[in-house]
Design a binder for this molecule. Structure first.
Ligand code: 5GP
Length: 192
């Protein structure tokens, strides 16, 4: 894995990785413990889970609202995840935070990460990996919020995603959420 050759002032970090690896837990830890880092709030057409707050965890949109944002070219990237709901990163808040010099973290899927690489290649691309495939399976089943059919779909996505880690600048192993989050934060702080 090579050192990131970032030269510009933008401190944008894209965190991706297989489903259920714990990207959400790592980004939640950063949101709660590192107010100096701004975590992008994605838009999604999926329904809120219990406890999720509109505008904080996601901007929960219906299809028409998501389409309107697409027409306005308001997304930095967008993708259909797990073959179901649509997700997208609203562009202007990211640009505003970067312009203010605030480090920005995007927690998105692989397809979205590829799109950001096209438009913002100066970003740092971080792959969050499980300690092992067996551990990933355990986490996938252990979450228990999805149906069996949904789990199968996510597992298929995870297999494809695991094969993509070489596309990333850095691999962080999520053996323990706090340790992985701290490693990610220290990576963000080494950027200009
Ligand atoms: P969940 O529905 O479990 O919150 O998230 C499902 C997946 O969607 C996760 O892998 C997450 O990284 C991805 N995701 C969340 N927000 C975005 C986004 O704005 N763009 C893309 N491409 N993927 C996202």
């Amino acid at each position: 894995m090579s050192q990131h050759p970032q030269a510009g002032p933008a401190r944008l970090v894209v965190l991706a990785g297989p489903t259920a690896v714990g990207k959400g837990a790592v980004s939640t830890y950063i949101r709660e413990n590192h107010p100096e880092i701004w975590l992008s709030v994605s838009a999604t057409t999926r329904r809120p889970r219990p406890g999720e707050i509109d505008g904080y965890h996601y901007h929960f949109l219906n299809d028409a609202e998501f389409d309107a944002m697409l027409r306005e070219d308001a997304f930095l990237e967008h993708a259909v995840v797990h073959g179901r709901a649509r997700y997208g990163t609203p562009r202007s808040p990211v640009q505003e935070q970067l312009a203010q010099g605030t480090p920005v973290l995007l927690e998105i899927d692989l397809e979205g990460a590829r799109q950001v690489r096209e438009t913002m290649p100066e970003a740092l691309f971080v792959f969050l990996a499980p300690p092992s495939w067996d551990e990933l399976l355990r986490r996938l089943v252990g979450r228990g919020t999805e149906s069996a059919e949904e789990r199968e779909r996510r597992l298929a996505t995870a297999e494809v995603e695991m094969a993509c880690q070489d596309e990333f600048d850095v691999v962080v192993v999520n053996d323990e959420v706090r340790r992985a989050a701290r490693q990610l934060v220290s990576l963000m702080k080494t950027l200009p």
